[in-house]
Design a protein around this ligand. Sequence first.
Ligand code: 1SD
Ligand code: ZN
Length: 258
Amino acid sequence: HGEDFGYDGVIGPKYWGETYRECRGKHQSPININILRVKQVALPDIVFIGFDDPIDDVHVTNNGHTVLIEVENEPHPRVSGGPLDGNYVFSQMHFHWGDNDTLGSEDKINHRSFPMELHMVFYKEVYKSVKEAVKHPDGLTVLAFFYELDRHNHPAYDDITSALTNVTDPHSTVVMSQPFSFLNILPLDLRRYFTYKGSLTTPPCSEVVIWLDFEQPVRLAHEQIEIFRELRSANGKIRHNFRPIQPIGDRTVFYNVD
Ligand code: 1SD
Ligand code: ZN
């Protein structure tokens, strides 16, 4: 049998709204961020907790739509501050990419696409779980990071890509061979970011996400991104898994420059 949603043909993004009515909402993600229209703000510092500790028992799963990185042991990393009210607890991270290096990111900046985008998904601690959090407009925050090409390999990503070669088939999982630290895979500058209210970029497209898009991309080698393109869904290779941009509507994007 096939997947419940996909990125092409009759299960592609154009048709998600027929099965999942929230995908037709007015505050959907992703969006294009027009740098001339953003509102500059100086928000409180973001507080990253547990991002620099090496974490054991990190699971890497091909779920047929993307690759998910999950943490087994408590306590999970947390984030607070910036535009956030309260603490948000790490749930999982995953990636979106394209057929080639000219596209793949979900949000765009001035209509520029990046070859890949990382989403670190957190749920608001007071809601106790993602399942409960998605019932509330402030339930989730996703930290989004763009990638750009570098001539050199990013060594912290070699652990991820070697795990990927063991999960090319959908619904397979491996445990990462090395302890994994979040900070190692992020860009240096975590102070400049865009933030807006939007949705999950996959069905059911719930409008429950405070998006934080960091401005500085992470630099990866083309060969490292290629390994993501080898992952398979039930219908063949996951050649792309980004949703097209959605109307911004009445929303404002804030740009933190502090
Ligand atoms: O695509 C993910 C989806 O897999 C799931 O993680 C969901 C959160 O439960 O978030 C979306 S996304 O909006 O982070 N792309
Ligand atoms: Zn995502």
